[in-house]
Design a protein around this ligand. Structure first.
Ligand SMILES: [Zn+2]
Ligand SMILES: [Zn+2]
Length: 253
């Protein structure tokens, strides 16, 4: 199993997870031309994709889903709440999933789990293949006991380090937006993500990717420092996914 980011951050998210001949795109908040350009960077074309899986209805996650689904005739998996909240949904391509209930897409096991975020029915995912698990967690304002349970013992973790709390609070965002981002249904701060990481069983962890970094309220240095503190080192398998450059393929052995 391997994975790569087309992009990660509030200007557009998209992650490719590949197992055998199955390739799932998790979210697509990028215009089609960018999707094609960035897939090419990874040696792929859109017709290589098997399905799109969606976390929630915010534009940085679904902005490009409808056009891609229609052009490439791809099924789009999402919760009933996300479907209801999505105005311009490509209805003919939608497939409803239920959080906590495993789903099989080609050779991939897909396990959706609910998270606290200011969307209708947001969920995040763990992708499984041949006993290995890749866990994704972005767009969550707080950490529930169930999230810790789901992500414990994971082989690769793609975890939101959205903001440095001091940078957010002293930064240029208007007050309402600061409250939203820092709130229980906003985004994970470096400190929250590090605390979560510190509470998990990471004995199998091969990759930690810091994702959805704010370009205004965080820096890769701040995020990496927070993660390294918990790990007691900065191993070479610790990296940030970039807004535009994404992240090249990472293999889960
Ligand atoms: Zn987002
Ligand atoms: Zn969101």
């Amino acid at each position: 199993m391997r994975f790569a980011y087309l992009g990660s951050g509030s200007r557009g998210n998209a992650l490719v997870v590949e197992a055998g001949s199955t390739r799932v795109l998790l979210d697509c908040g990028l215009p089609l031309v960018e999707v094609d350009t960035r897939l090419a960077r990874l040696g792929l074309v859109a017709s290589d994709l098997t399905a799109i899986v969606v976390t929630h209805e915010h534009g940085d996650h679904i902005g490009g889903v409808a056009k891609l689904a229609r052009r490439n005739q791809l099924p789009v998996w999402l919760t009933a709440g996300t479907r209801a909240a999505w105005k311009a949904a490509p209805d003919e391509w939608l497939r409803t999933l239920t959080p906590h209930r495993h789903l099989t897409i080609g050779e991939l096991d897909v396990m959706p789990y609910p998270v606290p975020h200011d969307a209708r029915e947001p969920c995040q995912y763990v992708f499984g293949f041949e006993g290995r698990r890749v866990g994704v967690l972005t767009d969550a304002g707080s950490v529930t006991p169930y999230m810790r349970e789901v992500l414990s013992g994971i082989d690769a973790l793609l975890l939101e380090f959205n903001h440095d709390r001091a940078m957010l609070m002293n930064g240029p965002y208007p007050s309402f937006l600061k409250q939203r981002v820092a709130g229980n249904k906003g985004h994970l701060s470096n400190a929250q993500a590090a605390e979560l990481l510190g509470s998990l069983d990471i004995s199998r962890l091969q990759h930690l990717v810091l994702t959805h970094l704010s370009e205004t309220n965080n820096t890769p240095e701040h995020a990496l420092a927070a993660a390294s503190d918990v790990l007691g080192a900065q191993p070479d398998w610790l990296v940030c996914a970039h807004q535009d450059a994404g992240l090249d393929w990472r293999h889960v052995n």
